[in-house]
Design a protein around this ligand. Structure first.
Ligand code: CMC
Length: 386
């Protein structure tokens, strides 16, 4: 850019590459996604949240022993210090669950056991594992405290998803429900430089600590254009109320230039492959669930059909990961205000992995903005101003 010319401004940093990575590839045109080279479809079919978290953090799949040890570490970190539980109880009812999560995560170093490490990278990975496990325990406890005021510690015979449900409800989940949450979590575990991951990296690029960086990520995830869309999509299904109202509601919303939450994506201009996996679950839970879940499911499927016909091929607006989550989480027994905190717990391996990768060749992130205001305005003393 030569002096005196207006630079090209990429609003929302659309289309801008800021770093290289080996963690995740999103092919937005074809609707494909890979974690560390493994397709999301193969991971959803064969893997677990724990294994995917290991893969994302370490770069390769674990063997049996490594996975067992990793899972045990995550689960043991889900146990919370009594004072941390008291903090959650103190905030319960005064803030939204996502705001409690943000506050508690920024307080986490106060409850973290500092260990002695051979080298900095070991320390960072251990910190990351602790953060992932801890956030999962915190999210379950925020839900449990809001539900009945009780804290239930993790059960070492269960995995992370099973323990989230156990800590939330105080009773062991059945295998089907537990596996459904497991898959939901692994589908959310990583997604390249989305707003919250970028925000994490921006904070960490100043060489702030990982807790500060992850707290920044949680702040960015909250908004309805990003992770908060899952709660808003369910709000819409509730507002539609009955499946037969779906088409009229969507028609009027689009005529009023409203966005339908859970549709559209900055990168995907094809069907989000994560949404395809979740949609298959909807078809599975349609029968044998509560009337509420059946209603949400029927509305979601009719809304999806209409949106895809109207805006899919023509405008590249397809369902994203947040659209079908609501009916599935409701089926699993997750309350609505825990959807986005659960998204944060699920995404925490991705945030940590990106932070660790970026720190290996850190560069302060400091873009430019183009000033288009006046310059050299004469200063008028306050008593002379009108
Ligand atoms: N419903 C209706 N129209 C839409 C939607 C939607 N959900 N999304 C985009 N559009 C239209 C938009 O109105 C605009 O139309 P026009 O060109 O006629 O003005 C065009 O598509 C481009 O939209 P944009 O908002 O400028 O595109 P973007 O790349 O900045 O937005 C987005 C991406 C995700 C913010 C947007 O699609 C959106 O707001 N979707 C709803 C919120 C949502 O579901 N967010 C979750 C994203 S995926 C999971 C995650 O990352 O958390």
């Amino acid at each position: 850019m030569a002096d005196n010319t207006t630079p090209t401004i990429m609003k929302g940093l659309e289309g801008v590459y800021f770093t290289e990575t080996k963690i995740c590839k999103v092919d937005g045109a074809k609707g494909r996604l890979w974690y560390r080279g493994y397709s999301i479809e193969s991971l959803a079919k064969n893997s677990s949240f724990e294994e995917v978290s290991y893969l994302i953090l370490y770069g390769s799949l674990p063997n049996v022993d490594a996975l067992g040890a990793f899972r045990n570490k995550l689960v043991s970190c889900m146990a919370l210090d009594g004072k941390l539980v008291d903090l959650i109880k103190g905030l319960n009812g005064k803030m939204a669950a996502m705001d409690i999560l943000r506050t508690i995560v920024s307080a986490m170093p106060a409850f973290s056991e500092k260990k002695v490490f051979q080298n900095e990278n070991d320390e960072r990975i251990e910190e990351a594992i602790e953060i992932v496990g801890r956030i999962c325990g915190i999210v379950a406890t925020i839900g449990a405290v809001s539900k009945n005021g009780n804290y239930t510690g993790p059960d070492s015979t269960l995995g992370v998803a099973g323990n989230i449900l156990y800590m939330l409800n105080g009773k062991k989940p059945d295998e089907k429900t537990s596996r459904m949450l497991d898959v939901m979590m692994l589908l959310h575990a990583e997604h390249s430089s989305n707003a919250s991951t970028f925000c994490t990296i921006v904070a960490g690029s100043t060489l702030a600590d990982i807790y500060s960086a992850i707290t920044a990520g949680i702040c960015a995830l909250k908004g309805p254009l990003h992770g908060g869309a899952d709660e808003k999509a369910l709000d819409m299904m509730k507002a539609i109320g009955s499946p037969d109202n779906t088409e009229k509601y969507i028609e009027e919303a689009l005529e009023g230039k409203k966005k339908i939450m859970g549709f559209g994506h900055r990168v995907y201009k094809a069907y989000d492959p994560r949404a395809k996996v979740i949609k298959a679950y909807l078809e599975d839970i349609q029968n044998g669930s509560t009337l509420e879940v059946q209603t949400f499911t029927a509305i979601a499927l009719r809304a999806e059909k209409m949106m895809v016909e109207k805006l899919g091929e023509t405008k590249g607006i397809w369902p994203n990961v947040d659209f079908f989550s609501g009916p599935v989480y409701t089926y699993i027994g997750i309350p609505k205000d825990l959807f986005t905190p659960l998204f944060a717990a699920s995404r925490s391996p991705g945030w940590c992995a990106h932070m660790l990768e970026y720190w290996q060749d850190n560069k302060l992130i400091r873009p430019l903005d183009y000033y288009n205001g006046q310059l050299d305005i004469p200063y008028v003393p306050i008593e002379q101003r009108k």
